[in-house]
Write a protein that binds this ligand. Sequence first.
Ligand code: ATP
Ligand code: MG
Length: 644
Amino acid sequence: MAEDQSHAPVPPSPEFAAAANAKADLYEAASADRLAFWAEQARENVEWADDFTEVLDWSDAPFAKWFVGGTLNVAANCVDRHVAAGNGDRVALHFEGEPGDSRSVTYAELEAEVKKAANALLALGVEKGDRVAIYVPMLVESVVAMLACARIGAPHSVVFGGFSADALHSRINDAEAKVVITCDGSYRRGKPTTLKPAVDAALDKGCPSVTNVLVIRRNGEDVAWTEGRDVWWHEALEAAEAEHTAEPVDAEHPLFILYTSGTTGKPKGILHTSGGYLVQTTWTTRSVFDLKPETDVYWCTADIGWVTGHSYVVYGPLSAGATQVIYEGTPDTPDKDRWWAVAEKFGVTILYTAPTAIRTCMKWGEEHPAKHDLSKLRVLGSVGENINPEAWSWYRRVIGGDRTPIVDTWWQTETGAQMIAPLPGVTALKAGSAQVPLPGIVADVVDDAGEPIEGETAGYLVLSEPWPSMLRGLWKDDQRYKDTYWARFPGKYFAGDGARRDADGDIWLLGRVDDVMNVSGHRLSTAEIESALVSHPDVAEAAVVGATDETTGQAVVAFVILRGGHEEGPDTVADLRAHVGREIGPIAKPRSIMVVAELPKTRSGKIMRRLLRDVAENREPGDVTTLTDSSVMDSIRAGASGSA
Ligand code: ATP
Ligand code: MG
């Protein structure tokens, strides 16, 4: 079934609006006095050991200090305070293993585990300020490990469990981690996998800072053991003291380092600190998802290996006292309805996922979600890429029963928390647009000279004022921090994304600035042409790049995946070209369209257009180390040379 093509704005239902956590007057309050607004959020959303004396110190810009003088313990905010408030029996985590095992952990149980894990790390000699690398699948222990680090003030660096030994090796050394926390193995697509061998291989290449490896036992696979270095997690926790007093740290104490997904180039080690980060992640969890911790069951499908897993699995939801689901495996194991079975089983009310997952579900067909009762869902979220209007409408109709608001949230590893998003119950929703900066956030669309653009012309997205959860720098690379984000438009944070405003002032993201195409002097956005392709009933996913062209400067080259049940026919390419011509204009018609089975994606599910540009321009693809499956590039290149 095709979606409603009008995509008229969807106003909030009066019932939802009446009960919503967010109210329209937040915008006024925040624009009247932005720092007072954040001070209020800081005191309402976070428990401080010492109150702060200054909201923002920007005197050493672009290095910010938020909530100066304040002290807090992030882990105690995420766990202990809920137990102290009498909610120890509330479930914090419903864990669903891929083989079907599940386990529910209350806040009181989580507190006991985190305390022991903190003591276990201390017993291994980890001190406040020491870094800990975490290389794990989605398990309860993984969340405990992150919180235990936060509890003792040891910044963690989580490395996605699917990354290679090489990627792990460089990240361990960059952060000079003292301990690595890993796991024997996990389950992927019905089969046991192993993680520990990659840690062994990384350490064999030389990681002089590492003294111990803590190994969680998950699937019982045989793993090599280095006596004196390797320690079983469960044994360390059994031996650990049960009591641990959480020491407050300074608001600016480092909480974690996390590398970006590498969509545009070499990953950057983003540094986040404690107070401001916790304030903004907690506040957005409550406002953007309308989280009611007493009644909601929240599920963010992101892996903890990327920022969404940090901010919207671990820190934001737990600090807000949520009951949430974490799932170990893939969405199609044993069948393509697994996510919907999990959502039904736990009665999920709020779901946060990525456009790539939604488009995959569209490709698989709506019969899979139709098998399950999803009637408890009341808020849906999207993050990571543009959500094409077609995918938005499908998400709302098929998953949300045409009743749930959808919050399309724009943010980055660097921003730490959501920045541009509608507020459910307040904003009339537009399919495909992240719409409005959240209260307290100042975003703009500017031209080459950094001047705000009036009207609908495309430009660059910038953040004009600092925000609490902003990155505090790149790990050990102050210069790259200044050059990457603050040099292009002095005094403003350059996000690297293109954007435009519509007649209502709503913001539409247009894709990476690096990906914007210039065809015969016309600037075309990858996101808009991709959305036009996806609005064709045959197309499930599309990626568009600009390739050098002798006559037009650049030409539009498209790669498309067809929807389930559709096969490429003799007219497919001509049909799709004509469709783009009708939707956007003849100038946007792709020079060539290639039907492919898969697109190259990062581990967090983003399309890597730079690799497709290499194909379109007949080059060897560049750095593929953060790709999910590098064989995808081989098959696309084989197809490209076959059709050339
Ligand atoms: P790298 O910076 O290493 O190239 P990355 O930018 O993919 O990697 P992330 O920080 O995970 O790493 O992704 C942030 C980017 O994702 C944003 O800059 C934007 O391009 C895109 N993005 C995230 N959410 C949205 C959204 N709701 N709409 C459009 N784009 C989004
Ligand atoms: Mg980026």
